[in-house]
Design a protein around this ligand. Structure first.
Ligand SMILES: [Zn+2]
Length: 302
């Protein structure tokens, strides 16, 4: 979806609504009574259950539920979020759309980032997985300031687990081996305990036949218990460039992206920024389709 296509298809409120309805109809609407067949009441943009007659508005049950922003604003925002690899802060989106109030824009963008995360959570990684942790700069918490452990506005680090599906491919002619990667995951870890790490990994992978590559961190002691093979290497420059190549590329790209986009990051929102980054990274070969996928992710948020 480029800018010309976007404006041609979504020039006004009505065309956005019609598109959203069309996409929602494809997925199907389920009434609270469980029935799936509905009438469409055009005049009030709502579905009516053929069985119990209760009504579901076009927004209800989707990402737009309880938002007062026009569909057109949502569509423009989804376009902006999916149009570039770089992305935008909520502030920048507010400015670009010429909207008066920041709060609703901020809420909308966060909901979209949440939907991106939920969408990616549906999929698990398989095969060979590179795994490592990255330390992301965030604002020190208000609590740390109050207990005088940190000054107001001072920085601290958050620990993020990054995983990448990575396959070793050998060039038939040269015999040179290269790691190619497909899907990524990034999850904020609340602490360094092995238990938390295990929980995060188990949610991210398809446990059968997994081979995990990581460094020798103590929080990884249990991994061998639930994956097929766990290969650890002492971290050094070599591992960064080879065994854990893709996770390290992802970590440094994410960091650069965040520094460019966001003035400051609070711990509680870090996962949302990661969601957006990873969502787009995982769909890097989708080209124009990222926008359409994002609309679908917004319809099926529940
Ligand atoms: Zn019903």
């Amino acid at each position: 979806m480029n800018l010309f296509n976007f404006t041609a298809h979504f020039g006004d409120e009505k065309s956005c609504r019609l598109h959203f309805k069309e996409q929602r109809d494809k997925i199907g609407v389920t009434c609270k009574c469980g029935h799936k067949e509905h009438y469409w009441i055009k005049s009030i943009w709502s579905y009516e259950c053929k069985k119990c007659r209760s009504r579901t508005s076009l927004r209800s049950g989707t990402i737009m539920q309880s938002s007062n922003l026009p569909f057109l604003v949502w569509y423009k925002t989804m376009f902006l979020l999916s149009a570039t690899k770089k992305g935008f802060s909520s502030r920048e989106i507010q400015r670009k759309l010429g909207l008066k109030h920041y709060e609703p824009v901020w809420a909308m963008v966060h909901k979209l980032r949440k939907a991106m995360g939920k969408r990616d959570d549906r999929y698990t990684l398989e095969g060979m997985i590179e795994m490592d942790e990255g330390y992301f700069t965030i604002e020190a918490s208000e609590a740390a300031y109050k207990s005088q452990k940190a000054g107001r506005g001072s920085k601290t680090k958050a620990n993020v687990m990054i995983m990448a599906e990575s396959t070793v491919l050998e060039d038939v002619e040269t015999g040179k081996k290269e790691r190619q990667c497909r899907y990524f995951k990034a999850k904020v870890l609340d602490n360094h305990l092995a238990e938390k790490t295990d929980e995060t990994i188990k949610q991210a992978i398809d446990e059968d036949d997994i081979i995990v590559f990581s460094d020798k961190s103590t929080s990884y002691v249990n991994i061998a218990d639930y994956v097929a093979i766990h290969i650890t290497e002492k971290s050094n420059e070599q591992t960064t460039k080879e065994t854990l190549k893709w996770v390290h590329i992802a970590i440094s790209n994410a960091k650069r992206n965040f520094t460019g986009n966001y003035h400051k990051i609070k711990r509680k929102y870090l996962q949302l920024y990661l969601n957006e980054f990873i969502y787009k990274l995982n769909r890097r070969y989708f080209a124009d389709k990222v926008f359409d996928r994002l609309v679908i992710a917004g319809i099926t948020r529940l």
